[in-house]
Design a protein around this ligand. Structure first.
Ligand SMILES: Nc1ncnc2c1ncn2[C@@H]1O[C@H](COP(=O)(O)OP(=O)(O)OP(=O)(O)O)[C@@H](O)[C@H]1O
Length: 254
């Protein structure tokens, strides 16, 4: 569970995030959307303690982020950043790194860390290529390994910054399906995404940001009207027997 209260942050004295108050509750998938540069990645970095707040509060499972060490933070929240260097190690070894926050001195991996990681790799469908080098894997395969690493970290909240970028449509659906299953396990899953159709289809709740502020927060059905102004596009809601779909087109008055 994550609670943000009046969070403000910026760069070099320029405020980028303005009084953000949000809750990310267990068992839910949250999609954070908003135009380029509106502050989505900065927000995730603030939540994980990688970027300082200028004011406000972040509570991770009830504990104030300011009083937590990086290891204590990593036991509460897993974070998959937007750009990742692909290390020249095996997929299994990378996923094992998710256990790092749970090691006590002298920080050697124990049998149970291997076991937890193995289960995480199986769960994300990455076990078959666990022995292969990360640099040899496709984007979709790598994403499964990163998800396994996040799962092995065994946190109540998982934050992912654009996890579907560069993935083909089938792999996108698979990653979103995995996010839904993580929520089904009782985790809070927070995704920053540019693919609005995917967000509206898979997220339980959508956070719409613009200019460093939260413009709307709620179920897709409630927030979709505000996307017109936020992104300058027409939004069409299409009910069907398979569920509700949304399609986007250029503004009629544009
Ligand atoms: N290291 C930095 N130093 C100064 N300004 C920065 C830095 N990183 C980001 N910014 C600025 O902060 C604002 C928010 O950036 P951020 O990356 O959080 O936005 P975003 O919504 O994630 O964007 P995108 O959708 O393009 O990934 C932008 O104006 C950006 O130029």
């Amino acid at each position: 569970m994550i609670e943000l209260r009046e969070l403000c942050a910026g760069y070099g004295g320029r405020e980028i995030l303005h009084r953000i108050s949000l809750t990310f509750a267990p068992g839910q998938v949250y999609g954070i959307i908003g135009p380029n540069g509106c502050g989505k990645s900065t927000l995730l970095r603030c939540i994980t303690g990688l970027h300082p707040l200028s004011s406000g509060t972040v509570l991770l499972d009830g504990a104030d982020l300011r009083g937590l060490t990086p290891i204590q933070t990593a036991r509460r929240v897993a974070y998959l950043p937007q750009s990742r260097n692909v290390p020249a190690i095996s997929a299994g070894r990378l996923a094992l790194h998710g256990r790092f926050a749970h090691l006590s001195y002298p920080r050697r991996y124990r049998r149970e860390d291997g076991e937890i990681t193995r289960r995480a790799l199986e769960w994300t469908g990455a076990a078959d290529f666990a022995s292969r080098n990360m640099q040899e894997l496709s984007g979709g395969q790598r994403q499964r390994v990163y998800l396994a690493m996040a799962l092995a970290q065994d946190t109540r909240t998982i934050l992912m910054d654009e996890p579907t970028t560069y993935l083909d449509i089938g792999s996108r659906f698979e990653v979103m399906g995995l996010a839904r299953r993580l929520a089904g396990m009782g985790k809070a899953v927070v995704l920053v995404l540019h693919d609005l159709e995917l967000v509206l289809r898979y997220a339980d709740r959508v956070v719409v940001m613009n200019g460093g502020r939260v413009k709307a927060e709620g179920p897709p059905d409630e927030v979709y009207p505000c996307l017109r102004n936020c992104f300058g596009v027409e939004v069409c809601r299409i009910p069907s027997p398979e569920g509700v779909f949304y399609s986007f087109s250029p503004r009629h008055d544009g």
